[in-house]
Design a binder for this molecule. Structure first.
Ligand code: BTN
Length: 243
């Protein structure tokens, strides 16, 4: 991954740029679209993603997972989350947790957001864009709930060296996906999933309800035990906080 590099000094969103590149013939699998200055980063649920220029990672990987069945789409979120977890653990961050579907937290603060967007043609993925925003050297955030590697470790990081390292972790987990090791990926994902088998407060259609996450179903929906019965939720259908 990352052997082909599209570097732009500035852009609105590397995901948008990567999706545009895929329209024209399509770059090679593993192409990395990266900028030090993303001015209109996009997040999940229509949110934005802000990052101070030159201090963090904002990039998108273009993948062509030819053998991945459409029903296994959520494994794209899983492999990416696990690679970020592996990388952060290697940097000495303990207590890395994944808030479903794929927000990466250290303790109760978010360090990384992931936005997976795919284009399907027929019954196959024609290409997938995996966007990663990882806070590395940024010290101050507009929100209390964000953090960075440098805040956590007290160190400054060389982004070039870190990129190489992070790409290796992404590649290792992507290979597991390519090799069809879905059970292993799911098992590892559940091990780091925030709130699994723990009582939590959820917001469902504006109403608060107590429940407990019991897993993630085939298509990536969250399985929650509420008042004695299991319910499943899509990304926009349920909210909960990380404490
Ligand atoms: C989220 O937390 O909601 C996901 C944030 C994803 C941000 C990354 S930064 C690189 C890539 N380009 C984008 O526009 N978004 C993703």
């Amino acid at each position: 991954l990352g052997k082909n590099l599209v570097f732009v000094p500035e852009c609105h969103s590397t995901n948008t740029l990567a999706l545009q590149l895929c329209q024209n013939s399509g770059p090679a699998e593993g192409t990395l679209v990266i900028t030090p200055n993303q001015t209109a980063g996009r997040g999940q649920r229509g949110n934005g993603w802000e990052a101070e220029p030159g201090k963090n990672f904002t990039f998108s990987l273009i993948l062509k997972p030819a053998t991945l069945a459409l029903k296994d789409q959520f494994y794209l979120n899983i492999f990416t989350s696990l690679a970020l977890r592996d990388y952060l653990a290697a940097k000495g961050c303990t207590a890395v947790r994944v808030k479903w579907p794929n927000d990466i937290y250290v303790g109760s603060k978010k360090i990384c957001g992931i936005l997976v967007e795919s284009q399907i043609s027929g019954n196959k993925f024609s290409h997938v864009v995996v966007g990663i925003g990882l806070n590395v050297n940024q010290q101050k955030f507009g929100t209390e709930t964000a953090t960075s590697l440098s805040i956590l470790t007290g160190m400054q990081f060389d982004l070039q060296a870190e990129l190489e390292s992070l790409l290796k972790f992404l590649e290792a987990r992507y290979l597991q996906l390519r090799e069809g090791k879905m059970a292993l990926l799911m098992e590892d994902y559940l091990k780091v999933l925030y709130g699994l088998n723990t009582p939590l407060s959820f917001e469902v259609e504006g109403v608060l309800a107590e429940g407990m996450i019991v897993g993630v179903d085939e298509s990536g929906r969250l399985r929650v035990l509420m008042e004695g019965r299991e319910r499943v939720f899509g990304v926009k259908e349920v909210g909960y906080g990380v404490v």
